[in-house]
Design a protein around this ligand. Structure first.
Ligand code: ADP
Ligand code: MG
Length: 318
């Protein structure tokens, strides 16, 4: 088997907030620890509610931010800040909101060529333009779009531009942080189909971040469910969707519209709020909201040991 495109081991990130002259800053544990691998041509979907640490994970993987702990390898190379500039072209990111991530004063051609100008300064201008036009066609836009500005496009087309920019440098891994969450439902499936088509043609690995399980069901090979900065369950899409083990996954899935309306589904409403990451409870972070919690859950943190389909829970579903 080929080496994975990416391996993360115990990756975590803390932030200090609210320090003043008189008070020590508090620590926000945005990602406690995350471990996963993704092979070429495969998609790992990260799911979880807002605030569980998905975007922080994305920023570590794309080398926008340095992890506080843990390690990361890309294509077998250890990711350390001294290597960032070599490795960055292998990992590209597409954000939720292309309006925020595209430079609105640049024409599409300039947007697409910029990564080449920076990273392949020796490439002749003609060749750069050729490559930009090729990518424009590749993502389903038209050559005349080369001279237009981002505001002249629809949301879905803008996301196509963001995807085209992300693949200009022929990365190995694309991080997709809620790439369709800002789009209308009908446009979502077009962009998802584009992403799946690109993945197959370019053998890309995807780290696909979404809070929306119906999107994940569409695109994932493997799934990691996050809660309060931790991966609480992981397995293949089939395993996690058909037989979730962690009560949090069970609750999340129960709240997702079912493709089969006749299927019996008991919707579980989670009580309580997600605890603040400034104040993570002892034991299992999900215990305060869990209908199965017992004493051990409030004192001992369950781990995610083992291989294959697994959950960090003292009393997993069978
Ligand atoms: P998600 O993408 O799943 O919504 P984030 O990774 O954005 O979650 O945030 C995880 C937690 O870390 C949140 O509680 C958020 O407030 C906190 N956080 C994220 N970035 C920072 C930062 N730069 N400084 C302080 N806290 C942060
Ligand atoms: Mg986010």
């Amino acid at each position: 088997m080929n080496a994975p495109v990416i391996t993360a081991t115990g990756l975590g990130r803390d932030y200090e907030v609210g320090g003043t002259m008189f008070a020590k800053p508090k620590i926000v544990r945005a990602v406690a620890e995350a471990s996963f691998t993704i092979a070429a041509g495969k998609t790992l979907a990260i799911v979880g509610e807002s605030g569980c640490g998905k975007s922080t994970l994305a920023r570590m993987v794309t080398m926008i931010e340095e992890p506080t702990r843990g390690s990361l390898t890309i294509g077998g190379t250890d990711v350390v800040p001294e290597r960032w500039s070599d490795l960055r072209t292998d990992v590209q990111i597409v954000f939720q909101d292309p309006y925020g991530s595209l430079n609105l004063r640049q024409r599409v051609g300039a947007i697409l060529e910029e990564p080449l100008k920076i990273n392949r300064p020796e490439m002749p201008a003609e060749e750069r333009k050729e490559k930009a036009l090729e990518m424009i066609r590749f993502v389903g836009l038209r050559e005349e779009h080369y001279d237009r500005y981002p505001h002249m496009f629809s949301g879905g087309q803008r996301q196509r531009i963001a995807v085209a920019r992300a693949i200009m440098l022929e990365p190995k891994l694309l991080v997709l942080d809620e790439p369709v969450s800002a789009l209308d439902l009908s446009i979502q499936s077009q962009i998802l189909n584009l992403l799946m088509d690109l993945q197959e043609r370019l053998n890309l690995a995807y780290l696909f971040i979404s809070h929306d399980l119906s999107v994940v069901r569409h695109v994932a090979d493997d799934v990691a469910v996050m809660y309060l900065g931790r991966v609480v369950e992981t397995g293949t899409k089939e395993e996690v969707f058909a037989a979730p083990k962690h009560p949090y996954s069970v609750a999340l899935l129960s709240a997702t519209p079912n493709a089969d309306p006749k299927a019996e589904r008991h919707r579980i409403r989670l009580g309580g709020e997600i605890p603040s990451p400034l104040n993570i409870p002892d034991g299992c972070p999900f215990a305060p909201r869990c209908w199965k919690a017992k004493d051990i859950c409030r004192s001992d943190l369950p781990d995610l040991a083992g291989n294959g389909h697994r959950a960090a829970c003292h009393f997993p579903e069978n």
